[in-house]
Structure formats: C-alpha cells, structure tokens
Design a protein around this ligand. Sequence first.
Ligand code: HEC
Length: 141
Amino acid sequence: MIGLTAVLFNSHSIAFVPVEEAIQKRVEMFKTSKSNIKKLRQLIRSGDASKAVPLVDFHIKWSKEMPMLFPLGSEASTSNGSDASSDIWDNPVGFKNAINQYNLKSRELRKSLLSADSVLINQTFKSFAGTCKGCHKQFRN
Ligand code: HEC
C-alpha cells in the first residue's frame, strides 16, 4: 500500500503512472486482494464479522484506485506478463461499471458486517465475491 500511495502522490494524472509500474503494482494489489478475500471468508464463517471490517476497507480503497493503474498501453502483451484484456480499453464504460459494482458491493458488505446479521452477511459476501469473477470473465484473458 505504501508503494501505491507513493505512485499516486507522485502522479498528477492517470497518464503519469508508467505502464510497467502500473502493471507491477496492480498485480501486487490483486494478489493482496486474493489473500484478503480468503481471510474475509474465514472470519465470516467463524462468526467474527466485526474483525472483517478492516479487510473490507482494503477493497473499498482499492476499487477507487484501480482505474489509475490501467493506463493506456498496459494491456497484455507477450512481453509484459499482464493478463489484462484489451476489452478494458475497447469498452471503457463496461470496465468502469465493473469497478463501480466492486466498489458498491464492498460498501454493502461493510454495512452488513456492522449489522451482524449473518444471513445478510452471507448474501452480501456472495455478491461481493461475484464482482471479482464478473470482471475477470469480461476483462481478464
Ligand atoms: C473491475 C475488474 C476487476 C475486479 C473487480 C477484480 N479484478 Fe482481479 N483482475 C482484473 C484484471 C484486469 C486482472 C489482470 C491484471 C494484469 O495481469 O495486468 C486481474 C488479476 C487478478 C489476479 C491475478 C494476479 C496475478 O497473480 O497475476 C487475482 C489473484 C485477482 N485478480 C483477484 C481478484 C479478487 C480476489 C477480486 C475481488 C475481491 C478481484 N480480483 C476483482 C480485474 C478485476
């Protein structure tokens, strides 16, 4: 997170995050996302909903920063190790919508965790996790 913050503070607009750095950073963020969601699932299963709130805060923050790490020219190529589909740039509205869904479902999950209603928590966790899969289906190779 510290590295990403540095990138964002050093750059005045999306265009100033260099392509290689953006790819490296976003892959790192997605990896963190994966281990985070595993921990989240465990905490929810064991009924530790309130402890899960800080983990959800990561997703709320990441969903806001994500667009900055997809600069033009950073789609998957044979040399850059990225799996980002060119559809991200061919269908920017669709990609933005997928990010908005991720943000929305993260915030709904946070709210439900605070409510401590286990049925609601399970529902919102499912739709939250669905936004990862939904975006990957459309925008990851
Ligand atoms: C709005 C779209 C979007 C959302 C939402 C999204 N992802 Fe991804 N994810 C991507 C894209 C695009 C890539 C490929 C990035 C690249 O390789 O440059 C990716 C890559 C990944 C990777 C592979 C990283 C690697 O090792 O190369 C993991 C793991 C991952 N995402 C997990 C998640 C999880 C978990 C969530 C939900 C909590 C999530 N993603 C939500 C678009 C998304």
